[in-house]
Design a protein around this ligand. Sequence first.
Ligand SMILES: *Cc1c(COP(=O)(O)O)cnc(C)c1O
Length: 466
Amino acid sequence: MIGKKLLEETLDLAHSYLEGLPRRHVGALEPVEKLRSRLRKSLPETGTDPAAVIRELARDVDGGLVASAGPRYFGFVTGGSLPAAMAADWLSSAWDQNAVLSIASPAAGVVEEAVSDWVLDLLDLPRESSVGFVTGCQMANFTGLAAARHEVLKKAGWDVEAFGLFGAPPVTVVAGEEAHATLFVALRMLGLGADRVVRVATDGQGRMDPAALEKALSAAEGPLIVCLQAGNVNTGAFDPCSRLIPPAREKGAWIHVDGAFGLWGRLLPELAGETAGIEGADSWATDAHKWLNVPYDSGIAVVRNEAAHRASMVLAAPYYIAAPDEIRDPSQWVPESSRRARGFPLYAAIRSLGREGLSEMVRRHCRQARLMADLLNEDPRIGIENDVVLNQVLVRFSPEGGKGDVDAYNRKITSLVQKEGTCWAGGSAWKGRAAMRISVSGWPTSDEDIRVSAAAIRRVLADTPE
Ligand SMILES: *Cc1c(COP(=O)(O)O)cnc(C)c1O
């Protein structure tokens, strides 16, 4: 039995952390060496009381924690954990279900069925699609592209699951110049290669150029996969799917959309100009731990062609006996076998906010990104590099007089903003120029947090003339 006392002590630790989040220095405070000196102990030969382990763990890691679950963390498109989602995540650990086959946990299987339907409805994707719950968008890209690889080679008379890529007809993969780094990792792991991808030019916001795609398509022969993007990590911009998908479709391509956070823009009718046409693709990858504010690890792969999805992921073993009443078997849609029941926190997140609450959160973040851009823009030394169409703001600082190494100055200001600790934003580069990237994605962020953070950034800038 796991005693109540341990759980209560853990609750106290969690509560005091969460309660202190809004006041915490947002970045980690302690030097890595100090963390190592406390944590890298020699392997314990004997055991320690669980309560003591937990108490000391919480104490020893504290200085190395980043307040990314808090209201003023703007790095890397990072969401926090919605209250219901975090609570359900705790229960997922207590229940410790193996969401491999429904027979191992009918509850986990049925909850994934429910969440599948909800996700297709929320994102307005073809309702016949199958859905896999993976660890993040990199694996969602992997899953969508594995289904793509299966299908385009099957059409060319090749069984890639049986024979691999040795002797297979070459597959042409097309992606934008601004495709996300994880897309190439997925392609690499699938044997499709990162460097042989045909790259298509993008515009000033990172959107794929339709004329350039047409050109790439006309040169392509044989099995073809076209990768599009909904939500550029720097600018938030969307590839114009309604103009890109029809010509790719005509060419017989499988069309995959990486929409790690941008896909959630489908919740807002006012963003239809950006998100229209996305539903015409064949597979979609998104994250739940970013904009949906579900704890790690949580990504979602959606594939229109259920048979291709299943064929690329299916797992067979004599003891893998499917549930008798045909509950969906979770592992048949993902690269993993035994796995965490990550449907529970997703279920809780979606139920607790509903379509309205989720839309309101996404809308608020887009508005807050514009507010941040406006407040920063009041300072003549700050320029906003992107059209703020979503939740991303790209900031470029100019030193007084505009002289010297401006890129180095931007890196310096970004690092000083992180050290100051009111908020945290990461460095980036856009079109070869250093910039600071602000992503508004955390559920607890208020307008006041935006004001306080903008003021802190401007203060750092004022104190650092060059
Ligand atoms: C974050 C991101 C990914 C990777 O997602 P992970 O959850 O880190 O695996 C892929 N594509 C885009 C556009 C992203 O923003």
